[in-house]
Ligand binder design. Structure first.
Ligand code: AVJ
Length: 325
């Protein structure tokens, strides 16, 4: 059991009644292609496993994006005059520091609003940043960005909304447009949007990033079952499932699945038992890969226009800024 979730039996009874999660899980597990949203990876252990993934030799996105931020932010931030950084899916805020440093270099950094679903991880991140950046106001917001932004009322402007790590790739296009639309709705004319996107490239290179030799991604994927067991008192047997990640070329996306290694039944209090046939899969994540045109299309559908586009020399990853269209 993850250390920050020391729960009594009474808590467990309370948690079983988590109607929103139960409803979402029930709908996902009764679909023809069983599917659950990737947010259920991220309890404390899941957030830590993802941090481990970012350090893997095969997983190029994080370090490539970081290199881009380090080379571009000192140039991009001063003319923007940003006073507030709002970050969607902030996680450990490792990369956000590069942006905050560039804001502080201009003497303008006033407020940082990290938004994330993992409450414990977020409060740890906020505490660390308050120590590292004395004088910077840090106001974490616990929210599921696939549904809402939950911003503080007071936001010194101009604001930069950042969405890093290519987490936009986790969203099917309609949901991606809705999310970008929420950001657009929060933007004032002088505000800007910064997004990291993983670019289309050789399938072998992409698939290797989701099938690392050490098996950390497999552990991360299986951790979703641990979260369901813990949060909903389900009885998934992690030994009855295995990790699979492959590239789907038509939709230009990685798909992560958990494959049932035998026929089995899973019990989740409050819903009918779930049957898995041998070989049946549960889709746990999509990670869409983009190019400039596909990003321009998403932005246009959300009322944004591309203002600047920057890639690394090998065109593995891109940073793009968006302005109100
Ligand atoms: C954090 C969503 C960007 O899709 O590449 C890493 C998560 N999944 N390895 C991604 C992830 C498997 C990651 N994002």
């Amino acid at each position: 059991m993850t250390p920050n979730l020391a729960h009594t039996r009474a808590d467990r009874a309370e948690r079983v009644q988590n109607p929103r999660m139960l409803a979402e899980v029930s709908a996902g597990l009764s679909a023809p292609q069983k599917e659950l949203p990737p947010k259920y990876f991220y309890d404390q252990r899941g957030s830590e496993l993802f941090e481990e993934i970012t350090r893997l030799p095969e997983y190029y996105p994080t370090r490539t994006e970081r290199g881009l931020l380090e080379s571009w932010m000192p140039e991009l931030m001063p003319p923007l005059g940003t006073r507030t950084l709002v970050e969607l899916g902030a996680g450990s805020a490792e990369k956000s520091r590069v942006i905050l440093d560039a804001m502080r270099a201009g003497g303008l950094a006033e407020l940082y609003v990290p938004i994330d679903v993992s409450a414990t991880f977020l409060s740890q991140t906020a505490a660390r940043l308050r120590c590292e950046y004395p004088g910077l106001l840090v106001e974490p917001a616990i929210a599921d960005i696939s549904e809402e932004l939950r911003l503080p009322r007071w936001l010194p402007r101009p604001v930069l909304y950042a969405f890093l790590g290519s987490t936009i790739g986790n969203f099917y296009p309609p949901a991606a447009i809705r999310l970008l639309g929420r950001v657009r709705a929060a933007m004032a004319p002088g505000d800007r949007f910064l997004m990291g996107v993983d670019l289309r490239k050789s399938v072998a290179r992409i698939e290797a990033a989701y099938n690392d030799r050490q098996g950390v991604t497999a552990e991360f994927n299986l951790n979703m079952l641990r979260v369901l067991n813990h949060e909903l008192d389900a009885d998934f047997d992690l030994h009855g499932f295995e990790h699979r990640a492959f590239y789907e070329p038509v939709a230009h996306r990685i798909e992560m699945h958990l494959v049932a290694t035998r026929a089995q039944q899973v019990r989740i209090p409050g819903m009918a038992p779930v049957r898995f046939a041998k070989g049946e899969t549960l889709r746990t994540e999509i990670s869409c890969k983009h190019d400039r045109d596909s990003v321009a299309e998403l932005f246009a559908s959300a009322g944004l226009r591309i203002e600047a586009w920057r890639t690394d020399p090998a065109s593995l990853f891109a940073l793009v800024t968006g302005a109100p269209a």
